[in-house]
Write a protein that binds this ligand. Structure first.
Ligand SMILES: [Fe+2]
Ligand SMILES: [Fe+2]
Length: 326
């Protein structure tokens, strides 16, 4: 099927604009938590205070900690402070945001579920890239948040135009650039524009909005120091995006992801898929990372894949999203 005619395009665009205007506000505590400065000596106290202001949220954080730590809540009776201590205060704001997003965009369809898996994976991979390649000078939690939110516009498309994903896929997009033009043909707008508008409404920090806005841009300016920093952050999300797409292909065609440790053959296949995805990004010039950072990433990521998959599953399970095909 071809693209929709222009009156249908207009209709979809109007729906999306309308939806942006009436986006459910995320709980105020989300933007307050995201605005906290982690190097503030009272950071932990502020996190505890903010998280305890919303009783529903308190219960959910404690429940998440119980599920994620495989601790029986009733027996253990862990409370908010302990939950925060176990999860890490830096991760609490990301968790609160994730819980709010799950409310706003529940995984009701296969497309929703795949997008949740992809978003969490890109967050986790970005965090690992920041940790494994310290020369990138990235804050791991910021990298995670940027990865988690990079495709938020697609959640909005899925919810607003349920038939959108299949119509877009019918146009046979093969890479990030053809995806954007397929979306524009079908919807009259793309997920980058929708996502960055939503993040502004929600009070997400500008440094994260920058990533949402530029994550399909492969020719960023490198004139100033700030330009180069942004290009590095965007390139990390793009590399994580490509690795996750390769993992998702493997996920769809195997049961590798039901095991905690790969068999040798499974490991080889997953490593091959991810390495070739990373090489493709480099060969196509879809990265602005230096040659040194590129080779560090190519060397480090294969050994981290099991951890990345396990960590993504843990987060998805904690959010009550089944990471494995049932
Ligand atoms: Fe995207
Ligand atoms: Fe993506």
């Amino acid at each position: 099927m071809g693209s929709l005619n222009s009156s249908e395009n207009t209709k979809f665009s109007a729906n999306i604009d309308q939806w942006i205007g009436t986006l459910p506000l995320l709980p105020g505590v989300v933007s307050q938590l995201l605005a906290l400065k982690p190097d503030d000596e009272k950071y932990l106290d502020h996190v505890n205070r903010l998280a305890s202001m919303d009783p529903t949220l308190t219960v959910r954080i404690v429940e998440y900690a119980s599920r994620n730590m495989r601790v029986a809540q009733a027996e253990d009776g862990i409370q908010l402070r302990q939950a925060i201590a176990r999860l890490g205060s830096r991760q609490i704001s990301n968790l609160v945001l994730s819980l709010s997003l799950v409310d706003a965009f529940p995984a009701l369809t296969q497309s929703d579920r795949d997008l949740w898996i992809h978003s969490v994976q890109v967050g986790v991979i970005s965090r690992w890239l920041a940790i494994l390649v310290p020369g990138l000078r990235l804050d791991p939690e910021h990298a995670y948040l940027s990865g988690l939110l990079h495709d938020i516009g697609r959640f909005i498309v899925f919810q607003t135009v349920p038939e959108g994903p299949s119509r877009i896929d019918e146009l046979g997009w093969t890479d990030p650039l053809t995806l954007l033009s397929a979306e524009e043909k079908v919807l009259g707008i793309n997920h980058v524009v929708i996502g960055s508008q939503a993040c502004k409404v929600w009070g997400i920090p500008q440094t994260v909005i920058d990533i949402v806005e530029r994550h399909h841009d492969f020719d960023l300016s490198s004139t100033t120091f700030e330009d180069r920093q942004l290009a590095t952050r965007v390139s990390v999300t793009q590399m994580a995006d490509a690795i996750s797409m390769a993992l998702m292909d493997q996920l769809n065609s195997s049961d590798y992801f039901q095991v905690e440790v790969f068999e040798e053959e499974q490991r080889a296949s997953v490593v091959d898929a991810c390495t070739s995805a990373m090489n493709k990004v480099i060969e196509r010039g879809y990265t602005q990372l230096s040659a040194t950072h590129q080779s560090n990433i190519l060397n480090q990521i294969p050994d981290a894949l099991e951890l990345i998959i396990a960590e993504s599953h843990k987060i998805l399970t904690g959010l009550c999203i089944n990471p494995v095909e049932s």
